[in-house]
Design a binder for this molecule. Structure first.
Ligand SMILES: [Zn+2]
Ligand SMILES: [Zn+2]
Ligand SMILES: [Zn+2]
Length: 140
């Protein structure tokens, strides 16, 4: 009984530690070969890229509560500020548009299929299919 009690306390401390680290040091990493995005506090493993060989990770900056979409590769990131433009999987540099603040409402663009969670209807600028996004609300 006593050991169980101690384990509960330890796991509470650990979950609190990971929660406080969450807002300060988690970064978005994206592989420029397979477009996978990983949130991590350190550079992810480079083994087994599904595009073949090793992943090529790019640090796109700190994870945060703003939605950004690249109109070249359709990647959507939750970022603290405008993400780095390095390593767009569609070649060259990402072209980020700020779509709004992260929230509980799910929106999907009828043109490009991008889905995100935003607090209100996202900005229509920079649809990867050209022109403006056409947002549909998927939740209330
Ligand atoms: Zn990869
Ligand atoms: Zn891109
Ligand atoms: Zn769109």
């Amino acid at each position: 009984m006593k050991t169980t009690h101690i384990l509960v306390i330890i796991s509470l401390i650990l979950s609190h530690a990971s929660f406080t680290g969450y807002s300060s040091s988690i970064k978005n990493y994206q592989c420029s070969k397979c477009a996978t995005v990983v949130r991590s506090d350190r550079i992810p493993s480079s083994s087994n890229c599904r595009a073949g060989g090793s992943h090529q990770w790019h640090n796109l900056g700190e994870f945060g509560m703003e939605n950004y979409c690249c109109k070249k590769c359709s990647t959507v990131l939750k970022s603290k500020r405008i993400p780095s433009t390095t390593g767009c999987p569609a070649k060259g540099s990402h072209q980020w548009s700020h779509l709004g603040h992260v929230g509980n409402i799910t929106y999907q663009c009828r043109k490009c299929g991008v889905t995100l969670h935003n607090e209100r209807i996202p900005s229509t600028t920079g649809c990867p299919q050209g022109g403006s996004h056409q947002w549909s609300k998927l939740t209330h």
